[in-house]
Write a protein that binds this ligand. Structure first.
Ligand code: ZN
Length: 184
């Protein structure tokens, strides 16, 4: 019999060793179904690309879902159903994360990841204040890690401890700023 089952096309590539499921704590998250090696690609991100003007016009749902890829551009679902095509937006923040970036669109494992572990990154690897932005990101963190910073905002990337800890795993534009010593 002819196999008529079509592969679901996505905006992003998610490693088949990963799955999206309920965290039972804070909505959905992404988990390892199999062990992953350090630097293995977790996602190749794609989706709707927003510029800072578009971002300034966001209201309601998508506001906190953008993933910055430069100071003025981000990936962002525009409606809840878009997240299914852009599953990188299900990855949650943690102050003791196991994932980071290579370049702009490759989310990678920052260390070996065991089956069953939740995939997380630190928002400090991605977010930076932008004078053209009308919004300022700030949230209370309850990740529970012993290094939890409690308040996560747009200044985290300037923290020299974090710069050391995540060296080589920040979003490309922040890695560039750090390497040029531009803490602005
Ligand atoms: Zn935390």
């Amino acid at each position: 019999m002819k196999n008529t089952k079509k592969k679901k096309r996505m905006f992003s590539w998610m490693n088949p060793k990963l799955e999206v499921r309920d965290t039972k704590k804070y909505g959905k998250g992404v988990f390892a179904k199999k062990n992953l090696k350090k630097d293995e690609t977790l996602f190749v991100m794609g989706g709707y690309v927003l510029d800072i003007k578009d971002e300034n016009h966001l209201k309601g749902f998508p506001e906190d879902k953008a993933i910055e890829i430069s100071e003025d551009f981000s990936f962002c679902p525009l409606a809840p159903k878009d997240i299914e095509l852009m599953p990188q937006h299900h990855v949650n923040h943690n102050c003791e994360p196991n994932a980071g970036w290579h370049g702009q669109v490759f989310m990678v494992a920052m260390r070996d990841i065991n089956i069953g572990e939740e995939i997380t990154y630190d928002y400090a690897m991605v977010i930076c204040s932008n004078r053209n932005s009308k919004a300022y990101f700030k949230m209370k963190c309850k990740c529970g890690s012993k290094n939890c910073r409690k308040i996560i905002d747009e200044e985290g990337w300037k923290n020299s401890g974090l710069q050391k800890k995540y060296k080589g795993y920040f979003q490309w534009y922040l890695e560039e700023k750090i390497n040029k010593n531009k803490n602005v």
